[in-house]
Design a protein around this ligand. Structure first.
Ligand code: SF4
Length: 353
């Protein structure tokens, strides 16, 4: 191998600082559809449009939609009688639907079809007389919504230890389902523990972790094998983003969640040659571009894209909005959300190019 020659312009003996950018990353089909539904509802009904909870778990998306006329509320009870109210991509319980009906709200349901499918499965297993063991995080909105299908027959299981603590006889007929955004590996351990704990247990086949969570976690595993540090762009309340950080750490690589570029700490990059970058399923690419710009300022200015899967999933709009913006207008949405607008919220400075 030839020796490198030092010059005043470059130091070829220095390690090459680079970024490996995961593909796929960012918006999944359910998030694209939910955002398109808010935008379309604003056009059809005019502002304000009320949205119960964050439409998707990303502060930047929420703040920009607020500027367009969306009002985010914690409960359907906070929505004026008769107003238009969107349910978020995470889904809601039947009790929330009933509460909205009592207030004569015009409901637009942006529940991701993959979450809606889990609700359907939950209703079926309880109808079959089984106790539902829902593998998920107690406080997550998706878990709240699914558990709400049959609160008396559902137990939420977060860990393998929770399985051991279940106060049910071994021969109880049970069924398990999983939250869509969990860690694939951790969930496999819990499901294994459940199948050892109960004699009469049925499941959905594998798990109900969605394709987007699985793809992003697979991408992270690949980044973790090559990088010294993995950065995941995503909000703190985003389950799938947090799981991506967990997956990198479990693979033995340092990893950080970066809600926006202002949270990047230069100290994390000391001694780091290769940075892996990805983003959660609710993150617009504008935030990833801002992070790449900042990493370039720290010398990590070579970006290699690594593709580990091809995503072409598209969910159609509900009939009440179907004649307008279509959720399969993927390029338009991705393009719009990959640029930082001039009036971007604080904490998300414009990309310098
Ligand atoms: S992360 Fe998965 S379940 Fe959640 S909105 Fe996206 S596709 Fe649907």
């Amino acid at each position: 191998m030839p020796l490198s020659t030092k010059s005043s312009h470059s130091d070829t003996s220095a390690p090459r600082k680079r970024v490996i950018l995961a593909e796929p990353r960012g918006f999944c089909a359910g998030v694209r559809r939910a955002i398109a539904m808010v935008e379309r509802a604003l056009e059809v009904y005019g502002p304000p449009i009320y949205v119960r909870k964050q439409i998707v778990h990303n502060h930047y998306v929420v703040r920009l939609l607020e500027r367009k006329g969306a009002r985010f509320v914690e409960s359907e009870l906070d929505v004026p009688e008769g107003a238009v109210c969107l349910f978020s991509a995470h889904g809601v319980s039947p009790a929330v639907r009933a509460g909205a009906a009592d207030r004569n709200l015009q409901v637009i349901d942006a529940t991701c079809p993959l979450v809606a499918k889990v609700h359907q499965q939950a209703r079926r297993v309880v109808r079959d007389g089984r106790v539902l063991l829902l593998v998920g995080h107690q406080e997550h909105e998706e878990t709240e919504g699914t558990r709400g299908e049959a609160p008396r027959e559902t137990l939420v299981v977060e860990t393998v230890e929770d399985v051991e603590r279940l106060d049910l006889p071994r021969d109880t007929p049970v069924a398990y389902l999983t939250q869509t955004t969990l860690s694939v590996d951790e969930t496999a351990d819990i499901v294994r523990a459940l199948t050892q704990r109960f004699d009469d247990i049925v499941g959905p086949g594998t798990d109900t972790i969605c394709y987007a969570s699985q793809n992003r976690q697979n991408g992270i595993k690949s980044l973790a094998r090559q990088a010294d540090l993995v950065l995941v762009v995503g909000s703190e309340n985003s389950s799938n983003s947090q799981r991506m950080v967990d997956v990198a750490r479990e693979a033995g690589t340092a990893a950080r969640l970066v809600p926006d570029v202002s949270r990047l700490d230069g100290g994390w990059l000391e001694g780091v040659t290769t940075v892996g970058v990805s983003s959660g399923a609710s993150v617009p690419d504008a935030l990833v571009h801002q992070l790449l710009d900042r990493l370039a300022e720290f010398g990590h200015d070579e970006v290699e894209v690594e593709s580990t899967a091809v995503e072409d999933v598209v969910f159609s709009m509900p009939l009440q909005l179907a004649d307008g913006i279509r959720s399969d207008d993927r390029e338009r949405l991705d393009d719009a959300w990959s640029k930082v607008p001039p009036d971007a919220p604080a904490g998300t400075p414009r990309r310098t190019m």
